[in-house]
Design a protein around this ligand. Structure first.
Ligand code: ZN
Ligand code: ZN
Length: 380
């Protein structure tokens, strides 16, 4: 069986699925239609399926080693600006990260695997998960047994930073861990003309934000990487009133536990020091949202071998400060998160992930399907 040949045979079908999902985007934990279509096909092809909310776990093959393949199915609250026949039909919702392509590629792989199940040397588990975009759908799938008995796991993500058709593989840390902080600074409000009778939280917040810029530049080892970004600031209602409180929140990114701990410690120390110096008070909530995505070296090199055997072009993909909830699977089971290039200047497929003009070069879809099939048959 040649996975690439098989995938190319059903290329039109994979593209049709992708376009159908693209026209009907569903946000995290609302993937009713998408999961229904996926489940109906899987049942028809002989998979043993299990529902986890809008997620699906499906098995096929002999007892023994189990390789899991994962696709995410959720869309984003983005208004599509592409002028294509398969444009999103749902106002304000769009597959702007390519999860429609992930679902279609894995559906294609599922079909091919089922057609060749007699030749399958092991068991294959499919994980179609909800809510990757900030919903940590992966955690829900794991809680409901998605990784039970699994020996290796692979997930594909279409990748705008790589030229179309290139398989991007990286050993070790690939995508960053992500955390979130929420801050409330409480001062003492009053008249804008009498600042001396108040404790103005606005300049305190300004000092805090500026001081946060030194956590990465002055506290973190320059050879390590990290991010601290304040995303929102809210304070006051009137131009001549000093408000009582300032609220702000933001995100931090890291690749190691040491960096995570350092950033969390410095956020609190800097905030506390500045607030105390100004006779104000604060509340801080700080928490990890998802760990870094760290590929197992041997699984990454296995992926490389499989891709090259299929005749696909392989490159090392650079690390990204973006995050992925695939990291939760990789904390429990060895595996690899794999990038699949979709950038095509000629077709004007150049807009970044989450952009209203994001699109996928559909020529790569059978390549992703073939790689998934190849991996399913390779682990013995
Ligand atoms: Zn995304
Ligand atoms: Zn994504």
């Amino acid at each position: 069986m040649n996975p690439l040949k098989e995938a190319l045979k059903i290329k039109d079908q994979i593209i049709a699925w992708r376009r159908d999902f693209h026209m009907h985007p569903e946000l995290g934990y609302e993937e009713e239609r998408t999961s229904k279509i996926v489940e109906e096909h899987l049942k028809e092809w002989g998979y043993r399926t299990k529902r986890v909310g809008t997620g699906i776990i499906a098995d096929i093959g002999k007892e023994g080693k189990t390789v899991a393949l994962r696709a995410d199915m959720d869309a984003l609250p983005v208004q599509e600006e592409n002028d294509v026949p398969y444009k999103s039909r749902v106002p304000g919702k769009m597959h702007a990260c390519g999860h429609d392509a992930h679902t279609a590629m894995l559906l294609g792989a599922s079909k091919i695997i089922a057609e060749h199940k007699e030749e399958l040397p092991n068991k294959v588990r499919l994980i179609f998960q909800p809510a990757e975009e900030g919903g940590n759908g992966a955690l829900k799938m794991i809680e409901d047994g998605a990784l039970k008995g699994v020996d290796a796991i692979f997930g594909l993500h279409v990748w705008m930073e790589l030229p179309s058709g290139i398989v991007g593989i990286r050993e070790g840390p690939f995508m960053a861990g992500v955390g979130r902080f929420d801050i409330e600074i409480e001062g003492k409000g009053g008249h804008g003309a009498s600042p001396h009778e108040t404790i103005d939280p606005v300049p305190i917040a300004a000092q805090v934000i500026l001081a946060f810029q030194t956590i990465i530049s002055r506290n973190l080892n320059p050879l390590e990487s990290g991010v601290v970004s304040v995303g929102t600031i809210k304070a006051g209602e009137a131009f001549n009133v000093i408000p009582e409180r300032v609220y702000m929140n933001g995100t931090y990114r890291f690749f190691t536990q040491e960096t995570k701990k350092l950033i969390e410690k410095r956020i609190e120390e800097v905030l506390k020091g500045i607030v105390i110096a100004n006779n104000a008070s604060y509340k801080l909530k700080i928490e990890e949202v998802a760990p870094p995505t760290i590929n197992d070296s041997s699984m990454a090199s296995l992926t490389k071998r499989v891709a090259q055997k299929l005749g696909l072009k392989v490159e090392e993909v650079p690390k990204s400060m973006g995050s992925e909830d695939f990291s939760f699977y990789l904390q429990k089971v060895p595996g690899a998160f794999i990038a699949l290039g979709i950038r095509n200047e000629e077709k004007r497929i150049i807009y970044p992930h989450h952009h209203p003009k994001f699109n996928v070069d559909e020529e790569v879809l059978p390549l992703g399907t073939a790689l998934e099939v190849g991996l399913a048959f390779e682990i013995v």
